[in-house]
Ligand binder design. Structure first.
Ligand code: P6P
Length: 326
């Protein structure tokens, strides 16, 4: 049961905001709050490493591959270590699903929450100094605390998320998250080591004129996608594609727009991952008045069959996603 929402002023610290948020939930006992703090702490460490990546030997590829056969960048692996360590020390998470690890990681059997995370998305942009991001989803475990983790804890639908967010390591570093009661954005002040509320109650414009898609493989797009792209061009929309999902999503959240990664000849189920990319951003989009689908269904209703499964992804302004679905 929620008590009355108190609108906190711009400049409120993330910690104060989380504490205030918790007080709205009569039975909240603080674990979710602590979990959000653990994620924020890890993001501060990753942010520091990203900002000096050019100066110390952590750019470039590891020479290894991740679960999807993609070249692991050194910062990918570092970010995964940082988040895994923060969540392990925090003790609130019982299991971690990560793009960087084949199976889920058992963390602490007494933790109440399951985290799905892409520690560093857009890693191909790291060496060219383009914005990159972390994406996370938080679920409540289904099994009893203390019991072994099972697939029913791990493979949950996006609509079961209790919280989701992203960190955008851009010209400024921002943390944007929702606990199902709206979306709020915090800007990081490195000299103080604090996130401050800068974008309260974020709402995605209902319509927009920006479309984000890699048209390289357009020859293999479905007729529906080709028709939608023609519609965008006939209506003089603007094409903006950074090649970093979090950066494209964040711009569309602020200005209105649609991001599409459809099925292609190379990625017949799309390239993006349901568990640790699409579910989180679809939850945020819906909380901000937008929508997220796989071209047919709401992303949040899709039943995951495996940890790293891919899905076509259409996310952004409600009217633009509806138009693309026609
Ligand atoms: P492409 C980055 O690898 C990523 O997962 C997203 O951040 C980005 O939007 C997309 O893939 C880029 O993929 O095929 O256009 O290079």
């Amino acid at each position: 049961m929620e008590t009355s929402r108190i609108a906190l002023p711009i400049g409120t610290t993330l910690d104060r905001f989380i504490k205030n948020n918790q007080e709205q939930f009569q039975y909240a006992s603080g674990e979710l709050s602590q979990l959000l703090r653990d994620i924020a702490l890890a993001s501060k460490v990753v942010n520091r490493e990203i900002n000096k990546a050019g100066l110390i030997d952590i750019v470039g590829a590891m020479g290894s591959q991740n679960t999807g056969g993609e070249q692991q960048q050194k910062l990918d692996v570092l970010a995964n270590i940082r988040f895994t360590r923060a969540l392990t020390k925090g003790g609130e998470a019982c299991a971690l699903i990560s793009e960087e690890t084949e199976s889920y990681v058992d963390l602490n059997n007494h933790g109440k929450y399951v985290i799905a995370i892409d520690p560093l998305d857009g890693s191909s942009n790291i060496d060219v100094n383009v914005s990159i991001g972390t994406i996370f989803s938080i679920y409540r475990r289904k099994s009893q605390v203390g019991q072994p983790i099972s697939d029913r804890d791990i493979l949950q639908r996006g609509e079961e998320q209790v919280a989701a967010g992203y960190i955008l390591y851009g010209s400024s570093t921002m943390l944007v998250y929702t606990t199902g009661h709206g979306v709020n954005g915090f800007t990081y002040e490195p000299s103080l080591g604090e996130y401050f509320l800068s974008h309260p109650d974020m709402m995605m414009p209902e319509d927009g004129k920006i479309y984000s898609i890699n048209e390289g493989p357009a020859h293999s797009f479905s007729e529906a996608v080709k028709n939608y792209l023609k519609y965008c061009k006939d209506n003089n929309y603007t094409a903006r594609y950074i090649g970093s999902l979090v950066a494209d999503f964040h711009r569309n959240l602020l200005k209105g727009g649609i991001y599409i990664y459809p099925a292609t000849a190379k990625d017949v189920n799309g390239k993006l991952r349901l568990m640790y990319e699409c579910n989180a951003l679809a939850f945020i989009a819906e909380q901000a008045g937008g929508s997220g689908t796989d071209g047919k269904e709401r992303i949040l209703t899709l039943k995951p069959e495996s940890l790293h499964q891919r899905t076509p992804f259409y996310v952004g302004s409600k009217k633009m996603v509806e138009q693309a679905m026609k």
